[in-house]
Ligand binder design. Sequence first.
Ligand code: ADP
Ligand code: MG
Length: 452
Amino acid sequence: MENNELWRAVLAQMQLHISKANFATWFQNTDITLKDNERVVISVPNAFSKEWLSNKYYKLLLKTMHNMDHTIKDLEFTISPQSFKVSRLENSLESEKNDIEQLKFDEFKINKDTSLNPKYTFENFVVGSFNELAYAAGLAVSENPGHAYNPLFIYGGVGLGKTHLIQAVGNKIADDSRKKKVKYMASEKLVSAIVTAIRSNTMEAFKASLAHIDVLIIDDIQFIAGKNKSQEEFFHVFNSLYEKNKQIILSSDRPPNAIPELEERLRSRLGGGMTIDVSLPDYETRLAILKTKLQEKNLKLPEDILEYIASNVKKNVRELEGALNSLLIYYKTNNNIPNLETAKRLLKGFIFSPFDVANYKKIIEMVSKFYNLEEKNLFDTTRRKEIVKPRQVAMFLLRKELKYSFPAIARKFGGKDHTTVIYAYKKILQESEENSKLTEELNIIKQRIYSG
Ligand code: ADP
Ligand code: MG
C-alpha cells in the first residue's frame, strides 16, 4: 500500500474512535513521511500535536496500522512545518481540507437551544427488522409527545442508531412546532450540570431551567449508574416533567433492569413507559444502509463492492459507515473508483472474523458475568437452576459461535456425557425461539463477547 493510501485508511478508522472535533484538531495536516522496514514516521504540524498524538493516540494508531500492514511495529512523530506540504498533490490537499472543513461544519450546525444535530432525521434513518419497533415508537412519540409512550427508552449496543433515532424524534418535534421546547443532553453533561449546581448551590436555578421544557432527551443514561446524588436530582426532574405530561426520551446500552447501581425508584421510572431494543441489521438492511449513505453523498460504488461490505462488516452501522467513508476518501484522493481488490485491501481493518474476537475464555467470562456468577461456578456439578441455565447457555454459545464439537464441549465441562451437551444446545435453541427474554439475553451476551 502506498504511504498516502495507508494514511487515508488509518484516518478513516481513527474517525470511528474519536470525536469529530478531536479528529479535526489532532489529525489536520498530518501525514506519513517515511516508512522503512518496521517503522513509520508521521509528520505533524507542531510540537503540541506531536506531544498530544504520542501521548494519547500512539497505541491506537499503531494497532490500527499494524492491522493493515503487519510489518509495521513502531511509530515516530516528527514536526514538519506547513510549507512541506506544497509538494503534495494539489487535489489531495484540497480534498483533505474539504473533509476537515466538513467535520468542523458539522460541529457548528448543532442547534444552540436544543443541542440537537439537524443531520439526524427520520428521512435518513433506514428501517429494518432490527430497529422497526424502535422506529415506530419514536415516530409515534414525535407525533404525540407526552401522550404516546412516556418515557420512551431505547437500548442496544454501540453504533446501532440510538443517538440518531432519539435526535430524529427531537428534531421532528422541534420542526413541527416552534412552540415546543426540546432539549437534548448526553448523560455526562447532565451529571456534570448537576454536580456543578450542587457545588455552587444553584440547584433550584438548574431545575427551573428545565421546568419549561416539553421534551427532554437524555442519551446514554447508563452513565448515571453509581452517581447517587445525580440520580436523586434527576429523579425529581423526571417526576416534575412527567407529572406535567412532558415527554422524556432516554437511550442506554442496556435495559433499565440491567443497569447496575441504579436506585430502585429511578429504575422503575425509567422502565415505566415503553422500553425497546435495537439489535443488529441483517444483510439486506446493511446493503440498504450503504446505498442510502451513498445517495446522500450523491456518489456511486459498484454493486460487488457494496455487497462485499454488507457481507463482511457486520458489527454495527457506525462501522458500516466508516468502511464506506474509507473507500470514499480513496475515491476522492485518487480520482478513481476502487476495484474490488483495492477495496478489500482498504477494508482490511474493518472486516472482522468472529474467530478473532470470540474465544472460549470470552464466552465463559461474559456468560458468568451476565448471570452474576463466578466463572468456576459454571463448572460446578450441581442441578441448581441458577447454575444449570447459564451453563447450558455457555455450551450453546461454544457450539453456535465457535463451532466446537459436542464432545469437545463435554470435555471442557468435566467430561460430561456429550449427549448432555446436545440436550443443552437443543434446549437453548428451542427456548430462544419461543421465549423473547432468552433471545434478548443471548443477544446482549453475544454483543459483549464481540465488542470486548
Ligand atoms: P449509537 O448511538 O447507537 O451508538 P449512532 O446513532 O451514533 O449509534 O449511529 C452511528 C452512526 O450510524 C451514525 O452516523 C448514524 O447516523 C448511523 N446510523 C445508525 N443507524 C442508522 C440507520 N438505521 N439508518 C441510517 N443511519 C444510521
Ligand atoms: Mg449514541
